[in-house]
Design a binder for this molecule. Sequence first.
Ligand SMILES: NC(=O)c1ccc[n+]([C@@H]2O[C@H](COP(=O)([O-])OP(=O)(O)OC[C@H]3O[C@@H](n4cnc5c(N)ncnc54)[C@H](OP(=O)(O)O)[C@@H]3O)[C@@H](O)[C@H]2O)c1
Length: 248
Amino acid sequence: MPQLRRVLILGGTAEARALAKALVDAGVRVVSSLAGRVRDPALPVGEVRVGGFGGAAGLAAWVRDHDVAAVVDATHPFASTMTAHAVDACAATGVELVVLRRPGWPPEPDWIWAGSVPAAAALLPSLGKRAFLTTGRTSLAAFAGLDLEFLVRCVDPPTGPMPRRVHVLLDRGPFTVDAERALLREHGIDVLVTKDSGGSLTSAKLAAAQVEGVQVLVVRRPPLPAGVDAVDTVDAALARLSGSSAAG
Ligand SMILES: NC(=O)c1ccc[n+]([C@@H]2O[C@H](COP(=O)([O-])OP(=O)(O)OC[C@H]3O[C@@H](n4cnc5c(N)ncnc54)[C@H](OP(=O)(O)O)[C@@H]3O)[C@@H](O)[C@H]2O)c1
């Protein structure tokens, strides 16, 4: 791969960490950026910075000040604000942007889809009485008014409004199908709520729900900004960077 001045990876995902490793192994200067939401994040190899940039203008200034030749938005598929800022900042600076989005999960015919977390909360009472909520701690407020039993799994303890009848489980993937099945049975879960995050780290719950006859309610991904042509694998992101006009 030709030498890039520096690649900024907007991270927080397993793909971002894999890309950072591949670029570092290829001798490319990499800085990975994390939002700083998780107390003990899985860290990528290479340089890491933590915290927001201060909007699209702040990101553009950071890119200009740090000799960045290309930006890879490898954030989570639901981190749509960060993606929008990356698009705007790269347009403002003329720096190449590669958007890496892992594919969503292969859908099952009996999954029920919601267009947003609040839409999922509105549907939930018609689907079950004991819900396993895996949409992240920041989404709990949307479910706060519901009189159902909730099992909530998240990485860090939730704060803010949450349902009254809730059991919180602090854990992070990867999870196995057997362990997920045992969890569904232990808590008598009849409906699983998930974002269409994709990836293998947290997909075992879907197979477990299928086997256990648990209804799956999936929140659709927010759309990518207009005109963005994303790649869906780390290799494709590497190939795009190799052919980048920012290289050399
Ligand atoms: N959303 C999810 O379900 C989810 C799940 C797993 C992991 N994550 C990871 O968690 C982080 C935050 O996700 P989110 O959905 O809260 O983001 P978001 O709503 O799209 O972004 C909100 C703000 O957080 C800051 N930010 C987000 N990602 C950042 C990054 N990688 N580096 C520096 N600042 C970042 C930016 O602040 P400024 O405007 O100040 O720059 C951004 O405007 C992301 O890195 C994402 O990959 C998200």
